[in-house]
Design a protein around this ligand. Structure first.
Ligand code: PBG
Ligand code: ZN
Length: 323
């Protein structure tokens, strides 16, 4: 029955009604807050392209994660800035590396918050590439062993979730095997299954000091034009043992999240990346956008598209609003 019997505005007339029929909820326990760990003590260095985000030494990281947990945020994702970078990315799988030590401190000092660790070599290689390099080529199979070693060292330090972001073929299987052979059968893998070669990672490369010295990441990260290929990436990662599959970036790829949601029962994570964060913050600072409002709108859009978990630099601010 059409108008005038049907009036869709009836259920929008007050906040109580709107809340009752709201189709999508945001909950801080589904947020993961990405954080950057650096060596040293008492370091809290703001990332200029990501206002409100910092590089933290482990001691202050612990304090900050206590505050993050108090807001109800479900987890944090750690990225490392190693003391030194080299061709073999040794800082990535150093048992006493910057991330491994931060994980130990967090598991000891802040029980209850989930600690996920990013697995990639680009923060640790001197040339900023995600894998070993020969000439201009980023090597696939030769890199897998180092990724598996990195993941294992993180699990041994106590990481709750292992999150490979490198986009090498076969890395989920290699990591699953190495975890299983070493007694970490119960450590889940959240794979960056669908990671696009995106300009939205710009601010992150300052945050993690991981810009490639030459070339780019298009030989391993996906072409922004492709959606069907995303389904192949997801299917392969699930077959290799991924427990949660991630789409990254989130906002420009909501259709991809929805396609995966309609075809796979696995939990989906979406990563609202640095450039998505920084562009909203910048427009908010200019007075061009109402930041709290577009922040919540961007997050609800990601959930509505079908994501369960959201990695976002807004985790704290959004959780504070949701309290
Ligand atoms: C490492 C990695 C990147 C991001 C997460 N893991 C950068 C890249 O691939 O260049 C981006 C996160 C962000 O922009 O917030 N491979
Ligand atoms: Zn990388």
């Amino acid at each position: 029955m059409a108008f005038p019997v049907t009036r869709l505005r009836r259920l929008r007339m007050n906040a109580t009604l709107r809340g009752m029929v709201s189709e999508t909820r945001l909950s801080p326990e589904q947020f993961i807050y990405p954080m950057f760990v650096c060596p040293g003590e008492a370091v809290k260095k703001e990332i200029s392209a990501m206002p409100g985000n910092f590089q933290w030494s482990a001691d202050l990281l612990v304090e900050e994660v206590r505050a993050v947990k108090a807001l109800g945020v479900g987890g944090v994702m750690l990225f490392g800035l190693p003391a030194k970078k080299d061709d073999g990315a040794s800082g990535a799988y150093d048992g006493h590396g910057v991330v491994q030590e931060a994980v130990r401190a967090l598991k000891r000092e802040v029980p209850g918050i989930l600690v996920a660790t990013d697995v990639c070599l680009c923060e640790y290689t001197a040339n900023g590439h995600c894998g070993l390099v020969r000439g201009e080529e980023i090597l696939n199979d030769e890199t897998l062993g180092l990724l598996a070693r990195t993941a294992l060292s993180q699990a041994q330090a106590g990481a709750d979730v292992i999150a490979p972001s490198d986009m090498m073929d076969g890395r989920v299987g290699a990591i699953r095997k190495s975890l299983d052979e070493n007694g970490f059968q119960n450590t889940p893998i959240m794979s960056y299954a669908v990671k696009y070669a995106s300009g939205y990672y710009g601010p992150f490369r300052e945050a993690a000091d991981s810009a490639p010295a030459f070339g780019d990441r298009r030989s391993h990260q996906m072409d922004p034009a492709n959606a069907r290929e995303a389904l192949r990436e997801v299917a392969l990662d699930i077959e290799e043992g991924a427990d949660i599959v991630m789409v990254k970036p989130a906002g420009p790829y909501l259709d991809v999240i929805r396609m995966i949601r309609d075809r796979h029962p696995q939990p989906i994570a979406a990563y609202q990346v640095s450039g998505e964060y920084s562009s909203l913050v910048a427009a908010g600072n200019m007075g061009w956008l109402d930041l709290p409002r577009v922040m919540m709108e961007s997050l609800v859009g990601i959930r509505r598209a079908g994501a369960d978990v959201i990695l976002t630099y807004f985790a704290k601010d959004a959780a504070a609003i949701l309290q």
